[in-house]
Design a protein around this ligand. Structure first.
Ligand code: BV8
Length: 233
């Protein structure tokens, strides 16, 4: 394999599944319990803010009951030990990559542990519930919403992500169904830039045929194996 210097990794809900966090599209997953339109769109939030605040309050509180798994730890090891550059982009809003030891994590769809003030636009670290309409830490307005990117909203740091995709030698997609854009299109950007593309997933994603290589299995097994390979351990 030619010398790999720059790796871009994209993770989705599948990497947190074995930690006990529901994915979106598996049976009984998050989207089966709620209609996307009701809980993950600005229109749903405007229509019924309590429903949405509760949905995210529950998911934020549930973070206390889960721990990172071997896949999160393996990616943190890769970031520590790989001689080249690693950009870890996640679609997940949980904090398991950070708790698994990853220093730099790019949450393109925001984070449960962040609050966005709809009055002053400030994003603040946030641990508690929002249902009681707590004051914004900066402007004190009772206007906090989950700092999560809903459907129809622009994901964060797209410029930085596309720059990294254009410059990478290897793009690895882990635990995502490839159902949501623009993340689902990253594999094509990487191929256009001449990068090798690898998918590590429990089952073939919607974009599987776009990857040079696709390995099927549980993230807690195949991600540490792949990291071991890359580090030449
Ligand atoms: C935007 C945060 C533009 C919220 C999320 C028609 C065509 C194309 C696009 C569109 C279209 N109509 C609308 C759009 C755009 C839309 C979109 O893509 N819709 C889809 C449904 C067609 N996208 C957007 O709206 C995005 N914004 O386009 O903005 C724009 C332009 C100008 C100006 C303004 C805006 C924003 C989308 C972000 C939505 N927010 N999450 C929250 O978390 O509550 S989406 C959410 O679902 C995730 O973040 C992720 O992105 C997405 C997919 O979820 P996955 O992570 O992949 O999880 P899933 O359950 O689907 O799959 C899990 C996978 O893991 C499976 O494959 C499974 O096999 C595997 N797995 C399970 N267990 C394991 C495992 N793998 C390994 N090991 C295991 N143990």
């Amino acid at each position: 394999m030619t010398q790999i210097k720059r790796i871009v990794i994209l993770t989705g809900a599948g990497i947190s599944a074995e930690s006990g966090i529901d994915t979106f599209r598996s049976a009984g997953g998050l989207w089966e319990q709620h209609r996307v339109e009701d809980v993950a769109t600005p229109e749903g939030f405007a229509r019924n803010p309590d429903l949405v605040l509760n949905f995210y309050d529950m998911r934020r509180a549930a973070l206390a009951d889960v721990v990172p798994n071997a896949a999160h730890m393996a990616l943190a090891r890769l970031q520590r030990e790989f001689a080249g550059e690693v950009l870890l982009v996640t679609q997940n809003v949980d904090d398991l990559h950070e708790r698994g030891g990853s220093g730099q994590v790019l949450h393109m769809h925001g984070e449960l542990k962040s609050a966005l003030c709809t009055a002053c636009g400030t994003r603040s670290r946030w641990e508690g519930a929002m249902i009681e309409r707590p004051p914004c830490p900066v402007c004190a307005a009772p206007c906090l919403r989950p700092d999560v990117v809903w459907f129809g909203e622009m994901p964060y740091e797209m410029g930085r992500i596309y720059q990294a995709l254009e410059a990478c030698d290897l793009f690895v997609s882990i635990g995502t169904s490839g159902a949501v854009y623009p993340a689902a299109g990253f594999v094509e950007e990487a191929r256009r830039a001449g990068a090798r593309t690898l998918e590590l997933n429990l089952e073939p994603s919607e974009g599987s045929r776009l990857f040079h290589e696709s390995r099927l299995g549980k993230a807690s097994v195949i991600v540490p194996e792949w990291v071991e390979e890359v580090l030449g351990g």
